[in-house]
Ligand binder design. Structure first.
Ligand SMILES: Cc1cc2nc3c(=O)[nH]c(=O)nc-3n(C[C@H](O)[C@H](O)[C@H](O)COP(=O)(O)OP(=O)(O)OC[C@H]3O[C@@H](n4cnc5c(N)ncnc54)[C@H](O)[C@@H]3O)c2cc1C
Length: 357
């Protein structure tokens, strides 16, 4: 029998409150991995490998065990980024047993804009040529777009010594936003992303503006894919607004025949509805924001809760929209003890969020 090679790495973290950080990590990763917890130990298992984090006095001892070098690097980065995030303003140190090479991130793909067109008045589709679209077929659907400043030679990110991503700064700072790969055209080696145009008077919307202004030949990079793939159940309830419409459309397009999909999708008005072809059966209810006004709150969340009640616990519940709505639906699912493995509940944008570059 051939032994399967494993890639391992250990690290030590020094947080201000080790138990609190372990709790935060467990609460966060429950949505993305299988989490096993005993008082001083947490095990996180995903297809990228296993991370064990053990509290020893005020330290956290980390052991990673992954099926490939790339998976190991990605797991190390994910653990590092989350630990620094949860440390917030508190002093925090993290070191790894082997030095982190500053090489480029392994999952960066340079792409070139080939075309852009509006598919509805507020949804702009940009097509990108990519040398190898294989990593985007099946599996995870989301990417970070990395757009270099106009007129500058792009500098792509590498790693910091603590395992976090080293982002270019100053004049080389990149515009970074999360989007969904709406479709992969393997024959033409193209990727499509649908960008909602949500201009707000007096507010910068750099992600939406990139899609509005880009031209064939513009170069950028996609980091990923990651974070969320096809729900593996034959009955799926999908709830989302325009930011989630590309993901809903892609899931609908890729489910196997026989899958039953119920969808509740909030868009501005009938002009923003799209055809969503599927091999499964699809029952869509469109909600039009123009009927109740942009100031109304919670309409989509309440519709989601009513739908969850009507289907009982027997479906995969997929929800993506604004942060407050997501929090409200997540609390509702928790109160109903909905199986965490049968749900994906993620916020895709935040109302009145301070614009980052
Ligand atoms: C996993 C994932 C997948 C996503 N996929 C897509 C996708 O395929 N297509 C897509 O269009 N979006 C998608 N989004 C949402 C997208 O990342 C955000 O809308 C992002 O904030 C847009 O960046 P921006 O620079 O245009 O606006 P920002 O600079 O982030 O925000 C500027 C202002 O616009 C408001 N705002 C941001 N997004 C919206 C919105 N959707 N509706 C109304 N107001 C908004 C903010 O509250 C803020 O006031 C996805 C998000 C995630 C997490």
């Amino acid at each position: 029998m051939t032994a399967v090679q494993q890639f391992t790495l250990s690290g030590v973290a020094h947080p201000k409150d080790a138990m609190h950080m372990l709790d935060e990590m467990c609460e966060h990763f429950i949505e993305h991995a299988e989490v096993q917890r005993s008082p001083d130990l947490a095990l996180f298992k995903s297809r990228f490998g296993t991370a064990s984090i053990r509290k020893q006095e005020e330290k956290l001892l980390i052991d990673l065990n992954c099926p490939s070098e790339i998976a190991l690097q990605m797991t190390r980065t994910s653990i590092a980024e989350h630990m620094f995030y949860f440390a917030g303003e508190d002093p925090f140190e993290l070191s790894w047993a082997e030095p982190v090479s500053a090489a480029l991130l392994p999952n960066i793909h340079e792409v070139t804009v080939t075309a852009a067109e509006n598919v509805t008045p507020h949804m702009r589709r940009v097509k990108f040529a990519c040398a190898d679209v294989t990593p985007f077929i099946g599996g995870d659907m989301h990417v970070r777009i990395l757009v270099p400043p106009k007129g500058r030679q792009p500098i792509w990110p590498g790693y910091r010594e603590d395992g976090r991503v080293a982002w270019p700064e100053g004049e080389d700072e990149l515009l970074v936003r999360v989007y969904t790969i709406r479709a992969v055209d393997a024959e033409r080696q193209e990727l499509w992303i649908d960008f909602l145009q949500h201009p707000l008077p007096g507010t910068k919307t750099p992600g939406a503006d990139f899609a509005r202004d880009c031209r064939p030949g513009d170069r950028l990079a996609l980091l990923g894919p990651g974070g969320g793939s096809l729900p593996a159940m034959d009955h799926i309830l999908m709830v989302g607004d325009e930011s989630a419409l590309p993901a809903i459309a892609r899931i609908a397009a890729e489910v196997p025949a026989g899958t039953r999909i119920q969808a509740i999708i909030e868009v501005e008005d009938a002009g923003e509805e799209q055809r969503l072809p599927t091999a499964g059966s699809m029952d869509i209810r469109w909600l039009h924001r123009s009927n109740y006004g942009a100031e109304a709150r919670g309409v989509l969340a309440e519709a989601a809760k009513a739908a969850v009640e009507s289907i009982g616990g027997q479906a995969f519940v997929w929800v993506a929209c604004e942060k407050e709505d997501v929090r409200s639906v997540r609390a509702f699912l928790k109160s109903r003890k909905h199986d965490p493995k049968a749900m994906y509940v993620a916020w895709y944008w935040e109302r009145n969020a301070a614009t980052q570059s």
